[in-house]
Design a protein around this ligand. Structure first.
Ligand code: G16
Length: 559
């Protein structure tokens, strides 16, 4: 019977993908991640989990991406997307952890059956689940995709749909679109991006003064999937002259090695393939699965340092633009027009440069903090009519509430019915509608983020320097420390304080007190086996020294 068949399938797949002895997987900041060669059991079980999640949610599409994002090429991992395109709901994480670590087939079967009972998941039906799959360009991707497929197929009634080699945000977008009943292929994704980008450009006021914008843009593709996808569409972006380096093509270099958003943001030097000769050109950098975006400029012709525009400054640009459009809509001097009240919220993490937070607050914006991880920021941003979130490392997006979008549509319809399509109010409403189409509302997306940045710079007539000069970052330093067991560090207060070991926070406070504008925190990474140390101070030498002394304390206390 069906129940027996279900048990048989689960036991069979668990037998095919045994957990190696001594192996322990942990659901971290963005799913499971480790050496790609060891990942098959965790990925197979993520397949089981995704299928169960889809059954639980009445067959809504769920997503799996095989990627280790910014990590080195030998690593791999798995990210799971919920039906709204966001990260998997956090209350399923303990089950994900337990399932990945079930020591033998019987334990796995018992765990699944118990969970299915507790969550009232109706197993055994036909066509009860669908899971969309994507993977990045890592060499272990194909083999891990097969493990995921076997996991999904272990659940009766589950259908796996392989969407191919994609950026992570493409797959999240596809899951969201499919569940909204919108066409969800890769070409639909590109069409939406290109069309809304063009609409943004059509709305740039003619003859706007101070035009410092230049068409040329160099993009560091991290030798990953983002560069390859950008190559596919760049011919359609005729207002830009895009040149992709580290594009991921054969022979260009190794994924994320000396290149990519993580490298540029942490090291503040030019990525591989860029040189001092690039002075004066606007440059952008993506990470390996294209869910992070930073910009940079080669500082001088004599060395390889860069001026960085990180996630905080991308956020600031988006916030300025959106606030300006809201002002056009609301302060139009015509009493007949009803205002459009919108709660605009900014979400950051402890890594946000202190100068960025001060800048945003000086604009009168509401700024809130969450722990590191898109899963926390995204959820917080959804509490607003317009929520803008970014991590300093370049992960972020803008989310618009459905209610606010309907109100914008009502404003634009009303104005066009009065033949008022030349007004600033109309143009502002249309710009926000185009931006809501351009930006990927499922998750941070380097490609859609890049196009929104370019459209806003063009609209403002801004050069890289205009943008970079919005405020000056406080000098900062980030270090990684290898310890025996990073889980020994427990943090609180959006990761700004260590609650365990208590001695560590006392030492951090003591060190920080020695520096003007000093700020420092430590936290265990959820994607790498390291503890991260972040320090800020009024000079670079001081930020370096604060980070170094705190890193020593971490090493000494945790071995
Ligand atoms: C993932 C998460 C991000 C997070 C980053 C680093 O990014 O999606 O939200 O900032 O990990 O996390 P941690 O400091 O815990 O290692 P990605 O680009 O690696 O998928």
């Amino acid at each position: 019977n069906t129940e027996q068949e279900q048990r048989r399938r689960l036991l069979a797949v668990a037998t095919r993908f045994p957990l190696p002895s001594g192996c322990r997987f942990s659901y971290g900041t963005a799913g499971f991640r480790a050496d790609g060669a060891t990942m098959a059991p965790a990925v197979c079980r993520a397949g089981i989990l995704a299928a169960l999640r889809s059954v639980k949610l009445a067959g809504a599409a769920v997503g799996i991406v095989i990627t280790a994002s910014h990590n080195p090429v030998a690593d791999n991992g798995v990210k799971i997307a919920d039906p709204d395109g966001g990260m998997m709901a956090q209350h399923w994480e303990p089950f994900a952890d337990a399932l990945a670590n079930a020591p033998d087939p019987d334990a796995l079967l018992h765990l699944v059956l118990q969970f299915v009972k507790d969550e009232s998941i109706p197993l055994g039906g036909q066509d009860t689940a669908q899971v969309l799959l994507g993977r990045d360009t890592r060499p272990t991707g194909g083999y891990l995709l097969d493990a995921a497929l076997q996991g999904i197929n272990a659940i009766i009634g589950a259908r796996a749909i392989d969407m191919g080699i994609l950026t992570t945000p493409q797959l999240h977008w596809m899951v969201r679109s499919k569940n909204k009943g919108i066409k969800a292929s890769e070409s639909d994704y590109f069409t939406q991006l290109i069309d809304s980008f063009r609409r943004m450009l059509e709305l740039v006021p003619k003859g706007k003064g101070g035009d410092e914008f230049t068409k040329k843009l160099f993009v560091d593709g991290a030798n990953g999937i983002g560069g390859l996808k950008l190559e596919q569409i760049k011919a359609e972006l005729s207002d830009l002259d895009v040149i992709v380096r580290n594009s991921g093509k054969e022979g260009e270099g190794i994924l994320n090695h000396m290149c990519g958003a993580d490298f540029v943001q942490k090291e503040r030097v030019t990525p591989h393939g860029f040189s001092p000769e690039d002075v004066g050109v606007r440059c952008a950098s993506l990470d390996g699965d294209a869910d992070r975006l930073v910009y940079f400029h080669v500082s001088s012709a004599s060395d390889n340092r860069v001026d960085l525009v990180d996630g905080d400054k991308i956020l600031s640009l988006f916030a300025l633009f959106i606030r300006e459009q809201l002002d056009f809509i609301n302060n139009n001097g015509d009493q007949a027009n009803k205002p459009l009240p919108a709660r605009l919220g900014i979400v950051q993490t402890a890594y946000a440069n202190g100068a960025s937070t001060q800048f945003l607050k000086s604009l009168g914006l509401e700024v809130v903090f969450t722990p590191t991880g898109v899963k926390y920021l995204h959820r917080k941003a959804l509490e607003y009519d317009i929520g803008i979130y970014f991590e300093a490392n370049g992960h972020g997006t803008v989310v618009f509430s459905e209610d606010f979008i309907s109100q914008l549509e009502a404003v634009s319809n009303e104005l066009s019915s009065h033949a008022d399509t030349g007004s600033a109010r109309y143009h502002a409403a249309m710009r926000l509608l185009a931006a809501s189409q351009l930006i990927n509302q499922a998750v941070g997306d380097a490609l859609s983020g890049l196009l929104l940045v370019e459209a806003i710079l063009l609209y403002k007539g801004w050069s890289f320097q205009n943008w970079c000069g919005l405020y000056s970052d406080l000098p900062s330093r980030q270090l990684k420390v290898k310890v025996m067991d990073r889980s020994a560090i427990v943090t609180t207060n959006a990761e700004t304080k260590v609650s365990q070991p208590t001695a560590l926070q006392e030492l951090i406070d003591m060190e920080t007190a020695n520096y003007a504008q000093g700020r420092c925190f430590v936290r265990p990474s959820g994607t790498e086996d390291v503890v991260r140390v972040y320090a800020e101070a009024s000079t670079q030498v001081e930020a370096d020294s604060l980070a170094k002394s705190v890193a020593h304390h971490v090493e000494r206390l945790l071995g």
